[in-house]
Design a protein around this ligand. Structure first.
Ligand SMILES: *[C@@H]1O[C@H](CO)[C@@H](O)[C@H](O)[C@H]1NC(C)=O
Ligand SMILES: *[C@@H]1O[C@H](CO)[C@@H](O)[C@H](O)[C@H]1NC(C)=O
Ligand SMILES: *[C@@H]1O[C@H](CO)[C@@H](O)[C@H](O)[C@H]1NC(C)=O
Ligand SMILES: *[C@@H]1O[C@H](CO)[C@@H](O)[C@H](O)[C@H]1NC(C)=O
Ligand SMILES: CC(=O)N[C@H]1CO[C@H](CO)[C@@H](O)[C@@H]1O
Ligand SMILES: [Zn+2]
Length: 601
């Protein structure tokens, strides 16, 4: 499932209009509704490790900022059962203080076959079948790893396949359509704000004709294998089959489930294509892309190497520099692309793209790596449009603002990482909410009639609390702020995972605590135009058949939205857009991403 999410924010042109202000991040004002930007949240998934860490310590509030993407009431309906009492919301509420995770990563589980594509939708709805379903919204087509519920339970977009309560022998079936070597199964429980449902054990059966079935046997006992499944709604649990089986159909047969709950699950099947010697079935379509672009995922070393290569290929228009280090000491590399690398030329607008502030959101990072390769290649080819872009602007690409988080998520693998692991920086801080709130002081000054005579409406200084040495500001955030102070950016974009939409400022509602409210900047028209240009030329956004990430259909509004009208986020990355104390820039987050972390797609 592909959810491109763009948050686009811009700045006031350095000259002229000042755009009102900036994204703001209230390092502290996090109201319960604002724990997460809907934008950037791939999915409310939580990993077991984190939940248990929290339970031990009673300090896991940060990990339970789960219910992103949704509205206020939802967030307030936190799952008490799993959540230790949450400390009162204080100035630090927006900061997550997870028990410091080290980069000693659990062994990477290397399933031998790739996902069949329940999550990615390569497996279509009509390949999924079930013994029964509680409702259409809980049908077999919803039994896909990482799928999320809509706002309400009971609508068409529920968060799992659920068998009817009275179904004594429930099963979920996948028709791979071709002989396939099944090697493993990954399951999750039901994604819901209101209910707990998950399967605690299941059996697996196979068939070539959907009539005759055989089971996966336990090698030691010779009996049907019973696989241990989930113990919370979100953590993906992988079971490799004792013996991979070649068949066309596979069924998961829940044996036990959470008491008081129903047989609900979301799954991914690991499967390798096999050739069909009899040629009775249509050829297995070749996976992958015919595009010559390099679609691998790049970990830190590979990313650094690729940036170096681009620099070597296009020395005249590129420069690689670092704006600082992550908490764990990884450099935050930027690729600068312009005709005079290293120089600010008068009148040449400075633009920046930032990806990967949520470390586990992989797509933005890959898109920026592709963009730098594209600009280099097209420049060498003499493409006039690219040449003009490089001559008349100075572009800065930061593919990974949270490299520590990425490494964590990358090593775990996309199917098993869950939504939380690697999302925050190593200290547990959500970089997307870690910037200073510049909106509030500006709006207060406006209300007092002080703008623009006594208080400027751009180049706002950082609030004092934010500049104290003990302020909870991540090293990654500090690095980006310094960067913004050093370079007079006029436009910026952040790429996120989550929804497929361009979101533009403001991101914070002017009415305190309002969950959503149209909050335009003075440059509303410019932002709408920029966002529309992006959305209008984005192939995935223009695809009429695309499936929404959640239930909200942004295509009704041209795939763009005012951030605050979507979901207020004080202290969202959008705040980045505001160069604190810096140039009159309104950085714009431009997000792109996926409902999950793409790996095999
Ligand atoms: C297989 O059998 C062994 C011994 O009876 C048991 O411990 C194990 O849990 C079984 N595994 C599965 C997947 O059924
Ligand atoms: C199912 O089909 C596969 C591939 O055609 C074949 O190798 C396998 O033996 C069949 N299994 C059964 C039980 O018929
Ligand atoms: C870089 O610039 C130099 C000097 O202008 C020129 O000779 C060279 O061909 C350029 N190289 C590339 C790869 O454009
Ligand atoms: C941070 O330092 C300031 C002044 O040094 C102090 O007043 C404030 O209480 C400190 N804040 C925290 C959260 O420790
Ligand atoms: C307050 C508390 O219980 N802190 C504990 C949190 O967990 C770490 C690691 O398990 C312990 O070292 C702390 O003492
Ligand atoms: Zn994000």
């Amino acid at each position: 499932m592909w959810c491109l999410l763009l948050a686009l924010a811009t700045f006031a042109p350095a000259v002229g209009v000042s755009l009102g202000a900036s994204g703001a991040s209230v390092l502290g004002l996090a109201s319960p509704t604002t724990t997460e930007a809907p934008v950037s949240t791939p999915a409310p998934r939580s990993s077991q490790a984190e939940l248990s860490a929290g339970n031990e310590n009673g300090t896991s509030e940060q990990h339970v900022r789960i219910r992103v993407i949704k509205k206020k009431k939802i967030i307030m309906k936190k799952r008490k059962k799993l959540t230790p009492p949450r400390p009162p919301v204080t100035a630090r509420a927006s900061v997550t203080t997870s028990p410091a995770r080290t980069l000693d990563l659990p062994e990477k589980q290397e399933p031998d076959c790739p996902p069949l594509g329940l999550e990615s939708l390569r497996v279509s709805d009509n390949q999924l079948d079930a013994s029964s379903s509680q409702s259409f919204g809980l049908g077999p087509h919803r039994g896909r790893l990482n799928i999320q519920s809509g706002l309400e339970d009971g609508d068409l977009f529920d968060g799992a396949w659920c068998a009817e309560q009275q179904d004594a022998k429930p099963w979920l079936q996948v028709d791979a359509r071709h002989p396939t070597r099944f090697s493993g199964i990954i399951t999750q429980g039901r994604n819901s704000i209101w209910r707990y449902d998950w399967v605690t054990s299941y059996k697996v059966q196979f068939s070539n004709d959907s009539l005759t079935w055989w089971g996966s046997k336990n090698r030691s006992s010779g009996m049907d294998a019973v696989f241990p499944a989930n113990s919370d709604p979100e953590t993906p649990v992988l079971n490799l089959l004792p013996e991979p089986q070649v068949a066309r159909f596979i069924r998961l047969l829940p044996q036990t489930w959470l008491q008081g709950g129903a047989s609900c699950l979301r799954a991914e099947i690991l499967a390798c294509p096999v050739s069909d010697p009899n040629g009775l079935l249509p050829e297995v379509p070749v996976l992958g892309s015919s595009d010559t672009l390099d679609f691998r995922h790049h970990d830190y070393k590979a990313m650094r190497k690729l940036m170096k290569q681009v620099n070597e290929q296009c020395p005249n228009i590129t420069r690689v520099y670092s704006i600082g280090r992550s908490h764990q000491g990884l450099k935050l590399y930027v690729m600068e692309m312009s005709d005079q690398p290293g120089e600010h030329e008068l009148g040449e607008p400075e633009v920046r793209y930032v990806a990967g502030m949520h470390g586990n959101e992989a797509l933005g990072r890959e898109l920026l790596l592709l963009l730098m390769q594209f600009l280099c290649r097209e420049f060498l080819r003499g493409d006039p449009r690219v040449t003009r872009l490089l001559t008349e602007t100075r572009i800065h690409l930061l593919p990974s603002m949270n490299p520590d988080g990425y490494e964590t998520a990358f090593h775990r693998g996309s199917e098993l990482v869950g939504w939380a692991e690697g999302r925050w920086n190593h200290q547990g801080i959500d970089l997307n909410h870690n910037f200073a709130d510049l909106n509030t002081p500006l709006w207060e000054a406006e209300d007092d009639g002080l703008v623009p005579d006594s208080v400027p409406n751009h180049h706002l200084p950082l609030p004092t609390y934010y500049t104290l040495p003990n302020a909870t500001v991540a090293p990654e955030t500090r690095a980006v702020i310094k960067w913004m102070e050093r370079i007079p950016f006029v436009l910026s974009a952040n790429l996120h995972g989550g929804e497929l939409v361009v979101s533009y400022p403001f991101d914070m509602t002017r009415t305190p605590w309002a969950a959503r409210e149209l909050t335009p900047t003075p440059d509303e028209a410019v932002f709408r135009w920029l966002s529309t240009v992006y959305a209008g030329t984005n192939w995935a956004m223009q695809d009429p058949d695309r499936r929404p990430c959640h239930s909200q259909d942004f295509s009704l509004y041209g795939n763009i939205i005012n951030g605050a009208d979507w979901h207020t986020v004080p202290g969202r990355s959008v705040s980045q857009r505001r160069a604190p104390g810096g140039q009159g820039s309104h950085p714009a987050p431009l997000g792109s991403s996926v409902c999950g972390t793409p790996r095999h797609e």
